[in-house]
Design a protein around this ligand. Structure first.
Ligand code: SF4
Ligand code: SF3
Length: 536
């Protein structure tokens, strides 16, 4: 196997024997085949689409296939093979329609033959053939598309779609099969278009979330346990949580959010349920210890799942596209087995001394107090904004983000989003004239909110986003962070700092281009970076 799509890749260069994430070589091979199938399918579908063809089932398969290969989503070879075989059926029908043929329309009959076939489509084969610059830029696009696909999926299950988004997926993936796909300028251009399209997709998801569940509002969330039976919900899917809240009403079970589900407490239509009692644990990489200690059932709605320990394998459930061999999977949204497991488990014996944090600073909430924020900036009471956000992960270098947040001067505010915030979101940052110094904007896809806030501030101060007293320090781990970075670059945001380490798929030459064109900078030390960002 060869995989270098995430930040924890082995030795910072690539996982070759087994994934650091736990992905088996077999799962990696099937995922390589799935990605290749999305390209072949798009090469056939793209011209048809330009002639007016559309098929929701094919769009859905394409998006699901890409999302499935995001880090920490699907480790289950049986489900991966099933998705491949469904794809072959879809591809065969498309080929018949276009009177053409393509290799993966006919898959070999056995799993062993499938695995052998995957070798030809490995990333290492492409690196050998094309070199690190071109192969890396191609992978950057694939990873950007994977991240965007995750958000397309979230928006779609909540009823928001845009046909232009699917058109771009077909175009971009078809481009990767064309002769032009070795052209560096064309690759950079398509990557930036992926960023633009991802902005649209995050907007769709924002519309879906706020349309169904209301605008997030500043809300105190208990981060301590309440006595009673319990279910912990992790991932990113608001619809799954809403369904579970409905199904557990009056059953004497308390619901806790985990990881990226924390912002759910701020949505009026979710927080109205009194049994949504609090948030439990930290970011995804601490789950083995925390799930082990959680005395109830656990539901994983999307990434990031890690190999479950035997101690909780019987009470962890996956749904949607998440899967881990041995963990029970829920098809659809009937969570009866999760409820049963929660009732059979001990639950929390005691209510802990309550501790609370505040969430819910989406674009609506922040912009409703924009005049106060603008006055504070104008008077000098609020000197600078830092957006410190992105994914969390296991590497010790990620203490950088805690130290940076702690070192931010008292007259500056911190905007944060995604699971990287668990590095500092339980610290007390105080306020500046009533404006909290730590503003939790939401999930990773709420980068959309952060951008809306930045654009509104730029308009108020009659300047560009790059001229605002705002610095972005991002932490990346998986492919959703890749598409968000592409969005920021496509919007012309410069001088972003990124860490804790640089992507292995970005070659030194490509990094040089990103540094020269966008001022993208690797993080160094909190002291040095803070000094540079504050211009002193
Ligand atoms: Fe390695 Fe990350 Fe790929 Fe998993 S997803 S195999 S950790 S590079
Ligand atoms: Fe975290 Fe997986 Fe990326 Fe949505 S939950 S940000 S790492």
């Amino acid at each position: 196997m060869f995989c270098y799509q995430c930040e924890q890749t082995a030795q910072g260069t690539g996982c070759t024997k087994v994934g650091v994430c736990g992905k088996s070589p077999e799962a990696a091979a099937l995922q390589d085949l799935l990605v290749e199938m999305t390209k072949e399918l798009s090469a056939v579908a793209n011209p048809l689409r330009h002639d007016g063809w559309d098929d929701p089932a094919v769009n859905n398969w394409l998006i699901d296939a890409l999302f499935t290969t995001v880090t920490n989503v699907n480790f289950d070879t049986v489900r991966l093979e099933q998705l491949l075989r469904e794809g072959a059926t879809v591809l065969t029908a498309l080929c018949a329609k276009a009177s053409t043929t393509t290799p993966l329309a006919t898959l070999p009959a056995t799993t062993g033959e499938l695995l052998a076939l995957a070798d030809a489509y490995s990333v290492s084969a492409r690196r050998e053939a094309l070199g690190d610059d071109v192969a890396g830029l191609q992978e950057l696009l694939v990873y950007g598309l994977k991240g965007t696909a995750a958000y397309v999926h979230h928006a779609r299950v909540l009823g928001q779609e845009d046909p232009d988004v699917y058109t771009f997926f077909y175009e971009a993936l078809a481009f990767l099969t064309s002769d032009g796909s070795t052209d560096v300028d064309a690759l950079v251009g398509t990557n930036l278009r992926c960023g633009e399209v991802n902005f649209r997709v995050m907007e769709l998801l924002d519309t879906a979330n706020t349309g169904l569940y209301g605008n997030p509002e500043p809300t105190s969330v208990k981060v301590t346990a309440t006595a009673g039976k319990a279910i912990l919900v992790s991932g990113h899917d608001l619809g799954d949580l809403a369904a579970l809240l409905e199904q557990t009403e009056g059953k004497g079970i308390n619901i806790y959010t985990h990881g990226e589900m924390l912002p759910c407490h701020a949505y009026p239509e979710l927080k109205k349920y009194p049994h949504l009692v609090g948030n439990y644990g930290g970011a995804w990489q601490d789950q083995k210890k925390e799930f082990d200690a959680f005395p109830g059932a656990i539901l994983m709605t999307t990434n990031c799942i890690q190999q479950p320990r035997d101690s909780y394998l019987g009470r962890i459930f996956t749904c949607g596209l998440v899967a881990f061999p041995g963990a029970a999977h829920i098809d659809g949204r009937d969570f009866a087995p999760v409820i049963e497991a929660a009732l059979a488990a001990d639950g929390f014996a005691e209510t802990e001394e309550p501790k609370e944090i505040t969430v819910g600073f989406g674009h609506q909430a922040v912009l409703s107090v924009a005049p106060a924020v603008i006055d504070a900036v104008k008077s000098g009471a609020l000197r600078h904004f830092f957006l410190i956000g992105g994914c969390d992960g296991a590497k010790p270098g990620r203490n950088y983000y805690t130290e940076l947040a702690e070192a931010v001067p008292q007259d500056c505010a911190i905007l944060t989003l995604a699971c990287g915030k668990y590095r500092f979101n339980k610290l007390d940052f105080g306020d500046i004239g009533g404006i909290p110094r730590l503003l939790d904007i939401g999930q990773c896809n709420d980068a959309y909110s952060a951008i809306r806030i930045a654009l509104a501030l730029a308009e108020a101060f009659e300047c560009g986003v790059n001229e605002l007293p705002l610095s972005l320090v991002l932490s990346w781990y998986e492919q959703k962070a890749v598409c968000i970075l592409l969005t920021l670059l496509a919007l012309g945001v410069k001088n972003i700092r990124i860490g804790p380490s640089l992507p292995a798929f970005v070659s030194p030459t490509v990094l040089g281009v990103l540094v020269d064109t966008f001022g993208l900078t690797p993080v160094s030390t909190p002291e040095k970076d803070l000094k540079a960002m504050l211009g002193n």
